[in-house]
Design a protein around this ligand. Structure first.
Ligand SMILES: Cc1cc2nc3c(=O)[nH]c(=O)nc-3n(C[C@H](O)[C@H](O)[C@H](O)COP(=O)(O)O)c2cc1C
Length: 516
């Protein structure tokens, strides 16, 4: 993992599809070996199914899926294209078709399960095989496109909370030769070892902690790469990518560095000012007048302690200038990770409408605090940064107007109903941002659903891939950004011009990869 020592600037993973292959490719190629691009691994199955239904302009997805089939002598990519491609795109008023759902099944293919016996054994659960193929092929395609035409480094980002698809997308990315796996939103213990095993195509197991399980019950999903496509994906061993854990404080760095399985190869230390989801504040939750969680000195990491673990680390959250890079390096970091400034670069997947609205606000003098708030809207329970754009789910009226539906389900919680008189339980999936009646029927408390907004549909809408809601309205978008917009102001001359990913890199590193 020697290459990590040279990476000064990581373009952060930004879901859904904000950090797409175009952005990651541009950053990785900008100063190869010094800059790393990251694609978002979240919801790529839905993104690709929708891009194909929009006609796949330029044919990039078809090229990448064809490359997958050619490399492994399979017809998985071809099947996906055949199933979802609509030549010249679907009509604008028509809803997108769905791909296979992210659901867990019991061994008999149902969602019923008897109460366990006295000594419960691990229960094997299943995932739809069509979904597994789609996840592997689309992650391969996204990394393949991000790596095309240069020798720079490409990473892929996952949210640990979105657990079901992770192992398959991770394997797909590894098949395309991804250089690093970056995981946030949860403790990634066990995942570095999973990467090592997958590099040798060895079977791996993912444990799922289901709600309302009986004492001692455990649930797992097995994945054996040798069983995919009659072993064709597993012919040659793979490069083991670097594994970087996103954490906020030194305590988790310590736990992971002393992992009983395998430690990460490095850490991204993400401050609560970063875009996307953030770690909650330490201690009891207190909120300000705008309902934002209040952070304190307890939420500031101790870089001296982190340095003692002798692993490379990068600082994220407002580290968006040369001065801040310098300060990060003085604190012992190898470099920095930036998201917000890249999210507004031309190559990012954020739709033009929202980029323009954000730059317009800056042109009109909006302050950081006007434009970005820390909310508790996310069904994950983590704080989530939301840009205050009219017409988006940031607005209470837009949120109130949208009938709650849950048709994608990346953030669903899984658990059991109360057993019936015969001792049989239903394995349910529910989302705090889904219909309230559904959530409470599945043992959820209304308090935990209050104010929760559908990030799956909202984030897809933010990258121009929103569906039409069953009530015939467009799904409203939700846009996330970090608290510190200084770099965006600087690069866009206070919102007057647009800029490109390499402009962000040059702003930070200079022309020739500034190294100190
Ligand atoms: C639009 C946007 C989406 C993001 N999505 C994710 C994500 O899906 N996963 C993740 O680990 N971090 C996510 N982040 C955080 C970035 O990877 C990065 O750590 C952060 O943006 C750095 O701080 P900055 O926003 O001040 O530049 C996101 C950030 C932004 C701006």
């Amino acid at each position: 993992m020697d290459f990590l020592q040279n990476i000064q600037l990581i373009q952060g993973g930004m879901g859904v599809y904000v950090s797409n292959y175009r952005l990651a490719n541009a950053v990785a190629a900008c100063q190869p070996g010094v800059t790393a691009g990251t694609v978002s691994g979240t919801a790529l199955d839905v993104v690709y199914v929708r891009l194909l239904q929009l006609g796949d302009p330029g044919g990039h997805i078809r090229s990448a899926l064809a490359a997958f089939d050619a490399q492994f002598q399979v017809d998985i990519g071809g099947k996906i294209i055949h199933q979802y491609l609509i030549a010249n795109g679907k009509p604008p008023g028509e809803r997108f078709r769905y791909g296979p759902r992210q659901t867990l099944y019991t061994q008999d293919g149902s969602q019923k399960m008897a109460l366990p016996g006295d000594l419960p054994l691990p229960v094997q659960l299943l995932v739809d095989q069509e979904l597994v193929e789609l996840l592997i092929a689309t992650a391969f395609a996204e990394v393949w496109l991000a790596k095309r035409g240069h020798h720079g480094k490409v990473l892929i980002n996952f949210l640990h909370k979105v657990q079901l698809p992770l192992v398959y997308a991770l394997y797909g990315a590894m098949l395309a030769g991804v250089d690093g796996i970056v995981v946030g939103a949860g403790n990634p213990e066990g995942l570095p070892q999973m990467c090592t095993r997958l590099a040798q195509h060895l079977p791996v197991t993912t444990e799922h902690g289901l709600l309302y399980r009986e004492s001692g019950e455990t649930f797992q999903v097995d994945f054996d790469p040798q069983e995919m496509a009659a072993g064709r994906l597993a012919q040659e061993s793979l490069k083991r990518p670097a594994f970087l854990a996103i954490v906020s404080l030194e305590a988790l760095v310590g736990v992971l560095a002393n992992s009983p399985t395998e430690p990460p190869d490095g850490f991204i230390i993400e401050h609560h000012t970063a875009g996307g989801h953030n770690a909650p504040p330490q201690g009891p939750l207190k909120k300000d007048a705008l309902d934002q969680p209040i952070y304190s000195i307890q939420d500031e990491p101790d870089f001296d302690v982190i340095s003692r673990y002798n692993k490379p680390f990068w600082l994220a959250g407002g580290y968006n200038s040369r001065e801040k890079l310098l300060a990060a390096k003085q604190a012992g970091a190898t470099g920095v990770q930036i998201g917000t400034a890249f999210a507004l670069a031309q190559e990012s997947g954020l739709s033009l409408v929202h980029k323009t609205a954000l730059l317009d606000s800056l042109r009109q003098g909006a302050s950081d605090a006007d434009l970005v708030r820390t909310t508790l809207f996310s069904p994950t329970g983590y704080p989530f940064k939301v840009a205050q754009l009219p017409g988006t789910l940031a607005e209470e009226t837009v949120y109130e107007r949208r009938n709650r539906v849950c048709d994608l389900g990346f953030l669903q919680q899984r658990g059991f109903s109360k057993p019936d008189p015969d001792g049989v339980r239903d394995l349910f999936q529910r989302c705090p941002a889904g219909p309230l009646s559904d959530f409470t029927r599945k043992r959820g408390l209304p308090f935990n659903a209050a104010g929760k907004r559908c990030l799956c549909n909202g984030l897809l809408a933010a990258v121009g891939l929103g569906n039409i809601h069953p009530t015939n309205d467009d799904e409203p978008a939700i846009v996330t950004l970090g608290n510190d917009l200084d770099a965006v102001r600087r690069l866009s001359s206070q919102g007057q011009v647009s800029y490109w990913a390499c402009d962000v890199v040059r702003d930070l590193l200079g022309e020739d990869g500034w190294v100190i």
